[in-house]
Design a binder for this molecule. Structure first.
Ligand code: PLP
Length: 387
């Protein structure tokens, strides 16, 4: 059908500055956590524009979520509420700590967790809520934080999609939850290959997360090898984890972060092209951010209308046949064997997530796409929807 090369669903955009910085790390001898990881944390705080935030670089968002929940004391007997419409990492970290997950359905307009259902799900064992800013559209955090405050619950944001998304002009990460965790996985809005950042205003939470990030040691490697005090001594205060970010990864992050606003502008441009190019088709186009706010456009999620002439699965096959990679975000947690069996879940308990899942497809949206690629996707979507 097409002699054009396959357009993958996602690709990172790594420039010469990132490459030179990684090479510099390799030549410097600091291949694990060192000065660049520290600089990256500092730069991330400056990007968020809030000097009261502690930024803790970790080797994945999953690690950051685990550390945040550990630091707020989640453990056996506790329950944590989150959305069924997410990646399993959001929920698995709760199980790492022996606590249980209470899944709720989504609001079909935003695809974010339904806050009425969050409130209804709160019980005597509930300790925390993990909102996910799905696709890069901020959850109504003002209302969520109010619910949490009234019930004495902690809030840890899964902000894996939400850099640099805003709510009421404030960046996600600065809104006053107990912690927010960003992901720098390969397909996210900026990447370090693998990596993440835990941000919090809570000094005690930050201290605990830093200790648990590296084996439960009371000093990290950088301090040990460069501080003026005798460097060989350390104490283990807990059986911690191995979640530190390497300087090689931080080298990428330093330059990706500098480009983040430009990346966002390009993502916005592509999203606008999709809104214009797909407006007349039997599709539900994704929700936009409220006027004045930023959607980070990690994902552009279409839903086929009820009357669409093809099934979602056929649509994706047709896209592939035209050389366009697509994906589905997500197979909701209630359909996966582990979650389904552990909590006896059925689709009937999550009608909105189920319906959205059956109709949805994510189309490519990333900064390395050329305008021609964007037009090609639009044409392929049009073609795939023909009866
Ligand atoms: C990518 C992602 C994660 C995990 O991020 P990692 O950095 O790969 O650990 C968690 N939650 C959501 C919603 C994600 O999309």
């Amino acid at each position: 059908m097409s002699a054009l090369p396959f357009l993958p669903f996602a690709l990172p955009e790594i420039g010469e500055e990132e490459i030179a910085e990684v090479v510099d790390s390799l030549r410097s001898g600091w291949v694990t956590t060192g000065p660049k990881a520290k600089r990256f944390e500092q730069a991330f705080g400056e990007f968020l524009g809030d000097s009261s935030l502690h930024c803790i670089a970790v080797n994945s968002a999953t690690a950051g979520l685990h550390l945040a929940l550990e630091a707020i004391g989640i453990g056996p007997g506790d329950e944590v509420i989150t959305t069924t419409h997410t990646f399993t990492a959001t929920a698995e970290v709760v199980r790492y700590l022996g606590a249980d997950v209470r899944l709720v359905d989504i609001d079909p307009a935003t695809l974010n967790l339904d806050l009425d259902q969050v409130e209804a799900a709160i019980g005597p064992k509930t300790r925390a809520i993990i909102p996910v800013h799905y696709a890069g559209l901020a959850v109504d955090m003002l209302r969520l934080l109010d619910i949490a405050r009234r019930h004495g619950l902690k809030v840890v944001e899964d902000a894996a999609h939400a850099l640099p998304a805003t709510l009421e002009r404030e960046l996600i990460g600065t809104l006053g939850s107990h912690a927010a965790v960003f992901s720098f996985y390969a397909n996210k809005t900026m990447t370090t290959g693998e990596g993440g950042m835990l941000v919090t205003r809570d000094a005690a939470l930050a201290e605990r997360a830093k200790v648990m990030r590296l084996h439960g040691m009371n000093r990290d490697a950088f301090d040990r090898f460069t501080a003026k005090k005798p460097s060989w001594y350390y104490e283990i205060v807990a059986p911690g984890y191995k979640y530190n970010l390497t300087d090689i990864a931080a080298a990428l992050g330093l330059h990706q972060l500098k480009r983040l606003q430009a990346f966002q502008a390009r993502r916005e441009q592509i999203a606008q092209a999709y809104f214009e190019g797909l407006a007349d088709l039997p599709l539900i186009l994704p929700p936009r951010a409220p006027e004045g706010d930023v959607h980070s456009w990690h994902l552009y999620v279409l839903r086929l209308s009820e009357g669409a002439p093809v099934s979602r699965d056929t649509f994706i096959e047709r896209m592939y046949a035209q050389g366009i990679g697509c994906s589905v975000h997500y197979v909701p947690l209630h359909l996966h064997p582990y979650w389904r069996e552990r909590y006896q879940l059925s689709p009937a308990q999550f009608p909105q997530s189920q319906r959205a899942y059956e109709a949805m497809v994510s189309i490519p949206l990333y900064t390395a796409m050329k305008d021609d690629d964007v037009q090609r996707v639009i044409q392929a979507v049009r073609h795939s929807l023909q009866a």
